[in-house]
Design a protein around this ligand. Structure first.
Ligand SMILES: [Zn+2]
Length: 66
């Protein structure tokens, strides 16, 4: 299983906006959402898609695209 590039936890998403794609654990990804800088263009690495739920419910910020 892939590991987060910010800490040693297992990664749940891969940020596709950077090259090479950067892996994030749920904790680190949640911190980004809370900080108002969520990863929008990402690939989920787990079937439960926990990050999608946090992205949908954890931020009041309107998506910058679309
Ligand atoms: Zn992490």
């Amino acid at each position: 299983m892939a590991a987060c590039t910010q800490c040693s936890a297992s990664a749940v998403i891969e940020d596709l906006d950077v090259q090479p794609p950067q892996t994030w654990s749920l904790g680190c990804a949640t911190a980004r959402v809370r900080a108002g800088d969520p990863m929008i263009n990402y690939r989920s690495l787990n079937r439960d898609s926990d990050y999608a739920h946090i992205l949908a419910g954890g931020s009041t910020q309107v998506l910058p695209f679309g």
